[in-house]
Design a protein around this ligand. Structure first.
Ligand SMILES: [Zn+2]
Length: 496
């Protein structure tokens, strides 16, 4: 423990920094090592015990008598944990001898489970329970979908992040958590949009939820990055001597070590897939160009120039850098983005980033109540319970519009082309009507509206009112005339 002196403090006295103080003992909060410390020590202790047992230095468990050591057990703060190989008579006699309670539960240390053996799922189940109880608490409150989104992102998705920075959570656990999130957000039986799409960034038509397994990998990759970059840290020294005495973390074998270590290794692929060298004196790399590759990629004149680039005159070290950030330092957020994009490339999903991205960006930057933004997203992704959609999901048998008797009451019809809406749109949005004559899809109408910020905001509020109006009409509730909706929307926008 004597090597835990990684932090130093300096205090401002009369606005002048004092001399640095080096704490010589104990663990400080915020030390990046802290979550690992317990695991580290336990690994070391375990190794020592096994060695002592092999060499015959220890044979049986002896528990010191109070008089012998001068120390006493604090019975209030002590619990016993027996492995299931311990015979129940032995357990009983030990319990009787020291008189402290036994625990069956997996206790946590610094917020993380201290025993993660073969029963990973059991040790990490507390994450799921914690999320479950949060969601139950909120269920009582009447929250809009937009409100639920905020709570899910700010609270629920943050619950597992601490554990995810140390452990690779089992896929089934991530999946179960995602199902809970999904159910809570939709708040209804039918989930109109795939989880994969909900996890896309908002700028390209998703809702920006997190795919937990990928986020987990991106967080573990941060530890790999630390093991590549911070070679002076205790964290590095420990793991290097144990798992990759020669070479780097990329040379460590995957089947060795504790759960915590094997978890870290799961972050390797992400780092490896993008890692580049920033060449200094060339001491860590092969000091020659891959001539054939350069010749095949560039025209001869350019190839000649590239091949003539000399090594740096300064004696700088070769450094790893991560090409997706400007300063070359790995960050979790972009690591996650890279993983998401890799999957798109693998499944050959092409995202038309240009056009689509502009309309979504405009939608999410509207200054309107959150629920209006969410409503427009639902409309734009064809996720409203329109008659056409309900027929497709076999909830209804026919998709006729009751008001104008037209077939196929889809999003476009319900919000824009239905005969009963014609007058209203003509009076308040004549320009938009003229510009959208050839549009066949509601997202195209939104795209057209998004050319002007104010028009888009007013249009968004009005369509959300139209939708509510039509729903109320379905159940025969009294309501104002349709022509009142645009002025009402305009008021709402002014007051917001
Ligand atoms: Zn109609």
């Amino acid at each position: 423990m004597k090597c835990i002196t990684t932090v130093s403090y300096s205090i401002l006295i009369n606005e002048e920094p004092s001399q640095t103080i080096h704490p010589s003992r104990g663990l400080r909060q915020g030390d990046p090592l802290s979550p690992y410390l317990f695991l580290l020590c336990i690994e070391g202790l375990h190794g020592l015990i096994s060695r002592a047992a092999t060499s015959g230095d220890i044979r049986s468990i002896s528990i010191c008598r109070n008089e012998a050591s001068g120390q006493r057990l604090n019975r209030e703060q002590t619990t016993l944990f027996f492995s299931k190989n311990t015979a129940s008579e032995v357990q009983d006699s030990i319990k009787a001898l020291i008189g402290v309670p036994e625990i069956k539960q997996y206790e946590k240390y610094l917020g993380l489970p201290s025993f993660v053996g073969r029963r990973k799922r059991a040790s990490l189940a507390y994450i799921k329970d914690c999320i479950w109880s949060k969601l139950q608490e909120w269920k009582e409150k009447l929250l809009s979908q937009a409100g639920r989104e905020v709570l899910l992102k700010a609270v629920v998705q943050a619950i597992p992040t601490y554990s995810m920075s140390c452990f690779k959570l089992p896929a089934t656990l991530c999946h179960k958590i995602e199902i809970m999130i999904r159910k809570f957000w939709w708040g209804q039986r039918i989930h109109w949009v795939k989880w994969r799409t909900l996890c896309k960034p908002k700028a390209i038509g998703g809702m920006g939820f997190k795919e937990l397994q990928k986020f987990n990998d991106a967080m573990l990759a941060k530890q790999v990055w630390r093991l590549l970059q911070n070679q002076d840290s205790l964290f590095f020294c420990f793991f290097k001597s144990k798992f990759f005495p020669c070479g780097s973390i990329f040379d460590a074998k995957e089947n060795k070590g504790s759960f915590a270590w094997r978890s870290i290794l799961k972050g390797r692929d992400l780092i490896r897939s993008g890692l580049k060298w920033r060449i200094g004196n060339g001491s860590k790399v092969d000091k020659s160009w891959k001539v054939a590759k350069i010749d095949s990629m560039f025209i001869p004149e350019e190839a000649a120039i590239i091949k003539a680039i000399p090594l740096s005159l300064f004696d700088w070290d070769d450094l790893h850098f991560w090409p997706y950030t400007r300063d070359g330092v790995y960050i979790v957020k972009l690591g996650y983005q890279v993983l998401m994009e890799q999957e798109d490339t693998e499944s050959q999903v092409t995202v038309d980033r240009g056009v689509v991205s502009n309309v979504w960006k405009a939608i999410w930057s509207m200054r309107v109540p959150n629920r209006v933004g969410t409503f427009v997203w639902l409309a734009g992704t064809n996720s409203l319970p329109t008659k056409v959609n309900l027929v497709r999901r076999k909830v209804l048998n026919e998709d006729v519009c009751l008001e104008c008797k037209a077939q196929l009451k889809d999003t476009m019809h319900a919000l824009w082309t239905c005969l009963i809406l014609k007058d209203m749109w003509k009076v308040s949005f004549s320009r938009l009507m003229a510009d959208t004559g050839t549009c066949s899809n509601f997202i195209e109408i939104l795209e057209q509206a998004s050319t002007d910020k104010f028009t888009l905001e007013l249009f968004a509020i009005t369509v959300s009112e139209v939708w509510q109006h039509r729903n109320r009409a379905q159940v025969g509730e009294p309501m104002v005339s349709l022509n009142m909706l645009p002025p009402k929307a305009s008021n709402a926008l002014r007051e917001f």
